[in-house]
Design a protein around this ligand. Structure first.
Ligand SMILES: CC(C)=CCC/C(C)=C/CC/C(C)=C/CC/C(C)=C/COP(=O)(O)O
Length: 292
């Protein structure tokens, strides 16, 4: 009977070629050798060095899971059925889980550190009124009211077209943010004071930041449809960035809420641009509005 080499854990590391060719007498619990025999055969068939294949197999958590019980089980116990190849996919969620948990921990730690205006007594508490002013500048209501007002006052078709699309962009943003907030249901940071100006019911949730989506969407919209001097263009980008930062400083959001909000707002503009409403593709809308 061939004597298999063993690892320090007592697991068979492989069987000799002679035992393999003669069918392989189970060296340790029967099924363990068969498992090794198969891995050696497959490595030879693919032209891989058997030593490397054995090492990889013994390092693989999939292999470890199936071979460990075999090493301790008695010869009378039947080996568990071999794990299907696709079972290796099970490893990804745990690795992804660890990565996500680490990212979440960094996010929470950084957000708490940056939440310097979360309360009046916070280290930057004196800047809080300024941050709240910024909050109003990115709120949905002033933007909606302002757009509707300009739409009523506009006397050119070109102006009406741009404003109609701005209104569409704002409504799309409200809808998408409410939808994602309702689905994800991530709570706002514990250090946040819920003293925001007019909120919807989903605004008790923080992912994504509605102010960040609006900031990215509006700044992209303005930069693409308003002819502005360079300093004003820089100011628009700066406003969007500082508005996003102020959400974390006020303790309203975690960093990832704002980062995803910027990304979503940027993508929303692409949707608006793609579906651009004009008297050609939405004549009813423009006719209805001109009759107001
Ligand atoms: C006027 C028209 C045509 C429609 C009104 C649509 C509507 C339901 C408007 C509500 C606006 C509103 C209350 C928005 C909430 C904005 C807000 C507080 C977002 C939260 O931002 P966050 O950064 O804290 O996530």
């Amino acid at each position: 009977m061939p004597s298999p080499r063993r690892s320090v854990e007592g697991r068979p590391l492989g069987v000799s070629t002679s035992s393999s060719s003669s069918g392989g007498s189970p060296a340790h619990g029967g099924g363990g050798s068969r498992f090794e025999f198969q891995s050696l055969l497959s490595s030879r068939a693919t032209g891989v060095d058997p030593a490397c294949a054995r090492l990889r197999a013994s390092e693989s958590p999939v292999h470890r899971r199936s071979s460990f019980p075999l090493a301790v089980a008695g010869p009378s116990q039947a080996p568990p059925p071999p794990l299907p190849e696709e079972d290796r996919m099970d490893l990804n969620p745990s690795f992804l889980g660890i990565a996500l948990r680490s990212l979440l921990a960094i996010d929470l730690w950084l957000s708490k550190k940056l939440g310097v205006c979360a309360g009046e007594s916070s280290s930057w508490g004196s800047v809080r009124p300024l941050m709240k002013l910024l909050e109003i500048s990115g709120h949905g209501i002033p933007w909606l009211v302002g757009t509707l007002y300009c739409l009523c006052r506009s006397d050119s078709w070109a102006g009406r077209e741009v404003l109609m699309n701005l209104l569409f962009a704002l409504l799309l943003d409200l809808l998408l943010v409410a939808l994602i907030k309702g689905l994800v249901r991530r709570r706002r940071p514990a250090h946040n004071q819920m003293d925001m100006f007019v909120t919807l019911s989903v605004d008790k949730y923080s992912f994504p930041s509605g102010h960040a989506t609006r900031a990215a969407l509006m700044s992209r919209f303005i930069l693409n449809h308003l002819v502005l001097a360079i300093p004003l263009r820089v100011l628009v980008v700066l406003w969007a960035f500082v508005l996003g930062l102020s959400r974390v400083m006020l303790g309203r959001h975690n960093v990832t809420d704002v980062a995803f909000g910027f990304f979503l707002g940027y993508m929303q503009y692409s949707i608006v641009d793609y579906c651009w409403l004009s008297p050609h593709n939405a004549p009813v809308l423009f006719l209805l509005w001109s009759q107001q």
